[in-house]
Design a protein around this ligand. Sequence first.
Ligand code: SF4
Length: 375
Amino acid sequence: MFRSLAIRHIHLARSLATHAAPPARSAAQITRNDWTKEEIQAIYDTPLLDLIFRSASVHREHNDPSKVQLCTLMNIKTGGCSEDCSYCSQSSRYSTPTTASRLVDIQPVLEAARKAKENGSTRFCMGAAWRDLAGRKRGFEKILEMVSEVRGMGMEVCTTLGMLSPEQARRLKEAGLTAYNHNLDTSREFYPKVITTRSYDERLDTITAVRDAGISVCSGGILGLGESDADRVGLIHEVSNMPEHPESFPVNALVPIPGTPLEGNDPVSVHILVRTIATARIAMPKTIIRLAAGRNTLSESEQAMCFMAGANAVFTGEQMLTTPCSPWDEDKAMMGRWGLDGMRSFEQVSVAKKEGERLQLEEFAATSNGATSPI
Ligand code: SF4
């Protein structure tokens, strides 16, 4: 795990150089953002084993298939949210087992991040249950400090705080934020059946603000909301046609929560999960595809099938935002059995590019001191 920064600097420089001048065919595939829905639907409809073979080939062409990013999530402000996302236990509109709490203090967050890092996680994500940051000036300042401290540990740091203005995105970037999560959840057409308190376009506006601030975008969906195949295709169509592919595409399987409108939904089948991952991998060859909520309901061989199809990140640790998570030791043992290894921080070239100068300055400072970095 421990590599000298000088060596990593060379790796980074090589990666950036590779990214700057890739072969023409790969560049076209990586940056393609003119997919039609029909093309994506045709990929999605491919017989499943052929689809997995194809997506595994694309994955191997563009990524190291032995690498899986370990991320840890922490809920820094639970429940009491004014939004009506019909899958969410944190909405104040539903009577669920989740109890609302205030924004946590900085120290417990730093302890959790340290623990995540010691256990091999290289990305730490903090989630707050609210619509946006309006009227939360002091809370936002506290979060900026959390971001800065966690980034100072050498980890990738991500937040999910609801809708953002361009100015808020700029301040998060300044504090050292690596990525911002804002899921589209589903297709534009199905979205109003799931959420009514904010529009699809409002979500896209936040994603634009994040991208424009130079922060990596993490935006994906939830399967099992009651959506159709066409809606899953619609979601992939939407994200793969953004001006830049999101650096991260989380795929969640609904964990039905008692008290929410979707409490009685049937679990999504593993075939649909794998089909969605494989289609996303083909449409967005370099994006990290993140197995998120619901992973603990999959068997080990089902998870391996997801990795084969192109998934290359998992949430691991003690807890997702409100649902269970597989613990580090189990995940590391599983990865060992399948020949998988954890990614280093900033190993994804497009994320490292957005970090740019900051990474190089850190590396320069550490190299000048003869220090080594645990990333
Ligand atoms: S998903 Fe987020 S925005 Fe929606 S109700 Fe839950 S906490 Fe609020």
